[in-house]
Design a protein around this ligand. Structure first.
Ligand SMILES: *Cc1c(COP(=O)(O)O)cnc(C)c1O
Length: 354
């Protein structure tokens, strides 16, 4: 039986996508060939790459606005350094809202000066800093839109004259934003877009080419742009499945439609966390993520009972990250209301039982 999969990443994808992808693995479009045994230069694959790139821009509302979409390798973790390699000449500002921001800061320091504009490290990142001042003349300002581990999400993005760079790995395509405020967006596929192995990069071309250092080809956005994201062999299967997921999202009505569903799912789980006296939310209420809900048991003695109950209900992947403890329900785009309701039911059953 299919599980209710709350895994934080790699994570749930739409069933339709799994079905179509598994068929393509055996025989792509009745060609007698698997999608992973054909040349990445073949028309079949070039079409897939082009559709994936254009769907990404279309869904984000960035077509014709000077942006390019790339499907690269190396995960969001490579973007931590690639962004700095391509953009950091003297000084960049970083908002530190979690372990992933912290890691991005560490890499950027290899390339120039990093100012930590704001941080919520003092409270184990359970909130999003607000009311901070952004210094002038920064090469860019970097933020993490959704903090996968801690369950916080930026609602108001930093207003700055410097280009805004954002790690959107765990909430890309999940909510409506004015994406044209960002000059560089990156996201590892495995949270909300596809399987692990590719990273979406959306970059405004006019911010590139302004630094003096030599950039190795594989780490140079301009090289990947000039080659149509095919400088070397791309991760063909990961790009294909990401494209199918973007197609699925478009058919559903795009970001506005999925945002509505994501808000309903979040409301369902957070109201249970707030109303059920056995549970306590981790993130500050106003900063709660619609993607990852983090919560703990008020009484740890109930852990064994609760863990047995959710496992019996066919639920997977709700254990919290070790740096927060407790539980984390990741409710990415492909998660249904029914799955969230299944978890909420178990939480309610625990209350009735305890
Ligand atoms: C998972 C995650 C990363 C790391 O992604 P990799 O693709 O594993 O390098 C970075 N940032 C955020 C916000 C994440 O959720």
């Amino acid at each position: 039986m299919k599980k209710h999969n709350f895994s934080a990443g790699p994570c749930i994808l739409p069933q339709e996508v799994f079905k179509e992808a598994s068929q393509a693995l055996l025989d792509y479009n009745d060609s007698g060939l698997s999608i992973i045994e054909i040349s990445h230069r073949s028309k079949d694959f070039v079409d897939i790459m082009e559709e994936a790139r254009s769907l990404a821009l279309e869904l984000l509302g960035l077509e014709g606005k000077g942006y390019k979409a790339l499907f690269l390798q190396g995960g969001a973790s490579t973007q931590f350094l690639m962004a700095a390699y391509n953009l950091l000449t003297s000084k960049a500002g970083y908002i530190n809202t979690g372990s992933w921001s912290d890691k991005a800061i560490k890499e950027a320091k290899l390339f120039g000066k990093v100012v930590e504009i704001a941080s919520s490290k003092d409270a184990n990142y359970n909130y999003i800093p607000k009311g901070y001042e952004i210094p002038d003349s920064l090469d860019y300002v970097h933020c993490t839109s959704n903090n996968t581990i801690f369950g916080t999400q930026i609602k108001d993005f930093p207003a700055s004259n410097s280009p805004l760079v954002c790690d959107m790995s765990s909430d890309i395509f999940s909510r409506q934003l004015d994406f044209s405020k960002f000059s560089l967006i990156y996201a590892g596929a495995q949270k909300n877009m596809g399987p692990a192995g590719t990273t979406l990069v959306v970059v405004k071309e006019d911010i590139l080419g302004k630094i003096n250092r030599q950039i190795p080809s594989m780490l140079d956005y301009q090289v990947h742009i000039s080659k149509g994201s095919m400088f070397n062999t791309p991760p063909v299967f990961a790009v294909y499945v990401s494209m199918l997921t973007l197609r699925w999202l478009k058919q559903l009505g795009g970001i506005p439609a999925i945002e509505e569903l994501n808000e309903k799912k979040a409301k369902l789980i957070y109201s249970e966390i707030d109303l059920n006296p056995l549970f306590k939310g981790f993130a500050a209420n106003e900063d709660r993520s619609t993607m990852n809900a983090t919560f703990t048991l008020v009484n740890e003695d109930l852990k064994e009972t609760f863990d047995t109950m959710w496992k019996e209900a066919g639920i997977n992947g709700v254990n919290g990250h070790r740096s927060v403890g407790g539980y984390r329900a990741s409710m990415y785009n492909a998660m249904t209301m029914e799955s969230v309701a299944a978890l909420v039911d178990v939480m309610g059953d625990l209350e009735r039982k305890a």
